[in-house]
Design a protein around this ligand. Structure first.
Ligand code: HEC
Length: 161
């Protein structure tokens, strides 16, 4: 790419950036319905990524070959994702009826407890990361079960069946 083409691309990217910002800042605000839908889909997307990150270690618990590096990668991802959970559930959507959700209303009346369950997951993932670094299959699997328990503890309290 020559210098001018490069410059043009940079300029085009800058323009896109500007118009995106002004579309959010100056255009009509999203309807409450749309904002709620976005909040629900965003947190569900986050949990899909949490589950996707856990899948390799979940499979090891079900008999897939032990892979310390894969377990470590899963753990380090979950460790970060867990810190996003309380913020991702910040918008109280219990009064909405349009976007399907399994989130229980009690999330928003027990915010501190919900956040502590996210913190439990974060800590369990940190312990899993340490165990995987240590390289012991038994210790890693025990730590992976504790991560699974942290998922289940929150679901039992705050997710509809
Ligand atoms: C702090 C609470 C909490 C923790 C910890 C948690 N979850 Fe969840 N999870 C929820 C709630 C609440 C929902 C329902 C969200 C909704 O429907 O709006 C959910 C939904 C899900 C979903 C469905 C997402 C979708 O497609 O709609 C999956 C999959 C999931 N969780 C997996 C996991 C796994 C795996 C873990 C642990 C590694 C985990 N979750 C840890 C609270 C939690």
């Amino acid at each position: 790419m020559n210098g001018f083409a490069k410059l043009g691309l940079v300029a085009a990217c800058a323009l896109v950036g500007v118009s995106t910002v002004s579309a959010q800042g100056g255009g009509p605000a999203p309807t409450p319905e749309k904002a709620t839908e976005t909040a629900v889909l965003t947190r569900q997307g986050l949990l899909k990524v949490v589950a996707w990150s856990f899948a390799p270690v979940g499979n090891m618990l079900k008999g897939a070959p032990f892979d310390a590096a894969a377990a470590q990668r899963s753990a380090s991802r979950i460790k970060v994702l867990a810190t996003m959970l309380p913020d991702a559930f910040d918008t109280d959507t219990h009064a909405q009826s349009k976007t399907p959700t399994k989130a229980k209303e009690s999330i928003w009346t027990n915010k501190a407890d919900f956040a502590s369950k996210a913190d439990d997951l974060q800590k369990a993932a940190a312990a899993l990361e340490d165990a995987a670094k240590g390289g012991s299959a038994d210790a890693t699997k025990a730590a992976a079960r504790a991560v699974g328990k942290a998922c289940g503890d929150c679901h039992k309290a705050y997710r509809d069946e």
